[in-house]
Design a protein. Structure first.
Length: 255
């Protein structure tokens, strides 16, 4: 009886292990996963703000890689003051030329009903990228950024801050009352920021450059964890107040 129980435990362990390997090889990578030498890693920040906030799917080279998501979602991995999860995951993609599309599918299918956006881009093996998608309709744009992952100190926290707000040409980022990034242009690679891990959780705020009025604020100790690397992104529209359209300062975890 003891041998049968041990055998059953071993069999379950092997099946679970095989299942994990299969899942890893298919689509996703995390902090400690091994990446094939001919592959890159990709995260998509879907920051298109539609009034109806429709559920959409992401396709890579014609293959659906996401479930249904809505606006303000980094995929995969999510983040803080976003929808989705909060893991530092990336999509595993082959190097070279790639195509990404965002569409509203036909009900209960993966077939495109309305294609909202298509873009072509290229990635190099061994690198991590974030593809930022912003604005809506014919004005939808994408911005591909190489993610800088080095942050070896537990006493430091690192960010890239990007401005994805179509009607705000330039944005300032504050932590508490301290200006940490000034004059970040819309649809630009933004700026990288490193700062000592704060002893106190204060509110982040975004303002139109030169203004004393906050467009949006957010406070969470999860956004100031030592040794982490984040992308902070401003999105939405100045002057709007609905949940789908209003300004946000949000974060996704790169490492």
């Amino acid at each position: 009886m003891k041998n049968k129980i041990l055998g059953s435990i071993l069999l379950v362990s092997v099946l679970l292990s095989a299942g994990c390997r299969k899942d890893l090889n298919r689509d996703y990578t995390g902090d400690f996963d091994l990446v094939p030498s001919n592959s890159a890693q990709l995260k998509v920040i879907y920051a298109s703000a539609y009034p109806t906030n429709p559920s959409v799917q992401i396709k890579l080279d014609g293959k659906r890689v996401s479930g249904l998501i809505t606006g303000r979602t980094p995929f995969p991995g999510g983040g803080f003051n976003t929808t989705g999860s909060n893991f530092p995951d990336y999509l595993l993609v082959n190097n070279g030329a790639r195509q990404l599309s965002i569409s509203i599918p036909k009900r209960n299918t993966e077939t495109d009903s309305i294609v909202l956006f298509n873009t072509n881009f290229s990635v190099d093996a061994g690198k991590k990228y974030t593809l930022n998608v912003m604005d809506t309709g014919v004005n939808t744009k994408s911005l591909l950024v190489v993610d800088t992952m080095q942050n070896y100190s537990r006493a430091m926290v690192k960010y890239r801050f990007v401005n994805l707000m179509p009607n705000v040409p330039s944005v300032d980022l504050y932590y508490g009352t301290v200006l940490v990034a000034a004059g970040v242009a819309y649809n630009s690679p933004g700026v990288t920021i490193s700062m000592p891990t704060p002893p106190t959780t204060l509110a982040w705020a975004i303002r139109e450059t030169g203004s004393a009025t906050n467009l949006a604020t957010y406070s969470s100790g999860n956004t100031i964890v030592g040794s982490r690397v984040y992308t902070a992104f401003a999105m939405g529209y100045k002057g709007q107040s609905s949940t789908a359209l209003r300004p946000y300062i949000s974060f996704t975890i790169n490492k």
